[in-house]
Design a protein around this ligand. Sequence first.
Ligand SMILES: [Zn+2]
Ligand SMILES: [Zn+2]
Length: 472
Amino acid sequence: MANQRSVKMSVCRRCRLQDASVVSRKEWFCNECFQKFVSAKQRKQMMCEPYFQDIFKVLYQDKIRSAEEAGLQNQQSKVLVPLSFGSSSLVMLDILNETLTEQKQTQRGNTGFQIDVLICLKAGDDRDTYQKIVKELHEERYAMNHEKLKFHFISEESFYDGELRTILLDNQGFASKSIKGQLDLSQNSTVEKLLAQCPDKSSRKDLDTFIQRHLIKKYAYQHNHKAILWGHSMTKLADETISLIVKGRGSQISPLLSDTELNPLYENKFKNMFPLKDVLLSEIDAYCYTKGLEGFLVGYVAQDTLLVNKIGDSKQPTKMVKQLSINEIARGYFDDVEADYSNVISTVVRTAYKLAEPKSICSEPCSICQTKIHSDAFRWLRAITVNDSHPIENDEEAGLFAKWRDSELGNEVIEYMKLKDRAFQDGVDAPLCYGCMINLNRMRNRNVLWPQNDEEELQTVLNEFVLADDGE
Ligand SMILES: [Zn+2]
Ligand SMILES: [Zn+2]
């Protein structure tokens, strides 16, 4: 563990002037040199290919564009930054803000891009807290780039705006159907209640991640952003990779990480990028402290593992393994190895980037998570599952059956059978990927209320709500 290393005041190995304050990858840094080290890694990603260079660079008149065209292109280079108020997305935003400031200083007031920050709030979130922090960021910390860096709020509940359908799984044949509207009236029609109904933390996290990601992408689609910048650290990408494999969603790793492809589901309007993919979470957390960003975090305490002078109370509350989602278990593992075996993390991420997406076997994507379907999970699950019940042969068995039928569980099964009959009579086929099938099979009545995921749904305008009155 880093904090057990003997700590003696040492000088920064880079500038050889200041006292070292951070130790990372066996190197001693002062605050300033460490900040340069992290920010250079992000900026390198931002210039990794021509598509992103065109976005971030300040463009001028040249062989291919006139002065007007260059100006227009600078103006239209909009990027979307989803902000969760964890350390990674906040550090990424802070470095972007510094890039804007530097461009203004060195390019006669011009900048190459502008930033829309998107905050997706849940029904239960304390809006006052967010309002206060955003106001402070907007009016103080980022005041210099006021006109280039704007904050927007949407509610996670807007996932259910527009026309909805019910997707239902047949547990015997492992087939699934989609039927317009809300079929199962015992289910609730808010996202908050949908998530509360999930049987465990992993499936809740799974749906929640998809819902948030979809809303962010839909926002980028509707507002013509050229790129979405996700704050994920190298550690987070490693935990995401391992969790996807455990959840039977390994085929999604490659499309998730891709920063070279446009997104066909959103009409190829933007690319995704992970500017902090070469930075460990512990480094991002240390960066937070050296920059005084820790006061802007919500629901997360930055770790002080790499700091020479420990903060002391930066422990995350510990949870029982039973209460953890698969992502949290994977994260716990990577947190443990980060200090001494950080190469494990980079190996996982490097390997993940080498994976290619398997060939899909179905022309339609998964009806729930919209990823390509690459194996016939239905046929495979049918082959390994026994679903037929034994026929009733005598009075005793008939009595037991009647008892079961009248029990709560019996009622639930009968209720499910009724819903299933309707969905299979009037619904249309709704292909599912393996991961979603497993999830749906454990939901109450094996169905979920879901948007149409069609052209019309993509066009349904996401309503923003205003929290801070920023005087515009
Ligand atoms: Zn230094
Ligand atoms: Zn799926």
